[in-house]
Design a protein around this ligand. Sequence first.
Ligand code: FRU
Length: 520
Amino acid sequence: LNYTEPYRPQYHFSPAQNWMNDPSGLLYYNGTYHLFFQYNPAGIEWGNMSWGHAISQDLTHWEERPVALLARGYPNNVTEMYFTGSAVADVNNTSGFGVEGKIPLVAMYTSSYPVSQELPSGKHVRAEQQSQSIAYSLDEGETWTRYDAENPVIHNPPSPYAAEFENFRDPFVFWHDDTQKWISVTVLAAIHKIAIWSSDNLKEWSFASEFGPYNAVGGVWECPNMFQMPVKGRPSVKKWVMVLGLNPGGPPGTVGSGTQYFIGDFNGTTFAADPDSIYPGNKSANWMDWGPDFYAAASYNGLPDGDVVQIGWMNNWQYGAMIPTSPWRSAMSVPRQLSLKMVNEKATLLQQPHHSWRGVASHHTSKHSWKSISTGSTRLHSPGKAFKINLSFSDHDSGNYLASTFAIAVRTSSDSKQETLIGYNFTSKEVFVDRRNSGVISFDKTFASLYHAPLSASGDKRINLQVFVDWSSVEIFGGQGEVSLTAQIFPEGNATEARLVSDGVTQNVRLQIDGMSSGH
Ligand code: FRU
């Protein structure tokens, strides 16, 4: 990979070339993290949807592998595209795909058929139909065999919703230990419903239940993801989390894609959201990320129970096809470790960069602290273009001279006309990212915006922010990870400066900046 191209992510995964969208099959198997993703082998716009593939031993360094599932009929006559899905290791060989003791990896994906046709299985599909299919690999994900004898394995939406056959997709499959069954969670995208299926062998599926619509129902529902986690501080309590994408229909102040979640219980048949996870009248939602560029989040299969690591597509359908990068488009978020904790009597989802990111070698570390910073700008030693920040400072309620906002400006040009601000508003109690003057913004009229997320101080009355800055993105984790904000930026020229900007007095400021090297 050539890490010197303008905007090339230095430590977020991006394909060497071409278009990428959703993570489609995150699987940890035999010491390797697999990342499959929506990929166009032929260009930097969406099309010919196939599954790209990358592998990692540590969730920080990635190696791109050959395309795993190439659209049927590519390049001249594509009759089936492979949309978003997921992958599992069928360790008990329930599918029978394993031979000679080899464990089959099984991918479940949406077959999107541009034209009506009769399939190799003899089944007939209509033009624009979406169905769920499977494929397996006996060589650790390098090559895949489609189950042509029977595909698609879920041919049509559940019968009451038969009319939804053009908007039925994104199977997330996982093993449900309590019932010893495979579960697959799909969306009926246009009517904001999740359809849940179960199976003994990954081949024959029966419809189990539906969920939704609840909370945010803008646009379509896409990319469901479901997992179980323990609740910290509540021994023996485990909760299920349902995550799904909305497009368009993200958090307040965003345009385009967004991600919401529900906390509840799942008995192998039905997912029931906790009452405090549902807002009547679709008036509010639990947002996974409050920025514009975190979508289609999916979690890893194959990790120990309760160990949940998620990756999101760091882009937005509003302008995804217009971002000024070449010869690739889109990157993935930093892998995030999820956990649940009781906060104010409510099970709350926390996100932290995966612990492998703590150990990522920094080529340079600088630490500073200030008893107080007064109004104005405090210049920092140039951190360059790829680094991580730990910034914390005292919260306060109000008072003379005390700051109304405090921010760190990054990717600042020498004249400070161009920069991205990441900070806190003490009045509204919100963390924000402001990319209005971040650089190239004109490719979409909604791009130049300010995004914010509610964040209250920690027990010691401090605001803690952790920020990952790369050549074309910022990712912010607030507090213990109660909120995150992810935003792409495209600074022009050599915007490598940074400064602190205080509107009033900010107290007890601590700052650490670690330079990140390329190739992670
Ligand atoms: C979400 C999505 C999915 C679909 C895929 C196609 O980003 O629209 O619903 O399967 O992209 O690439």
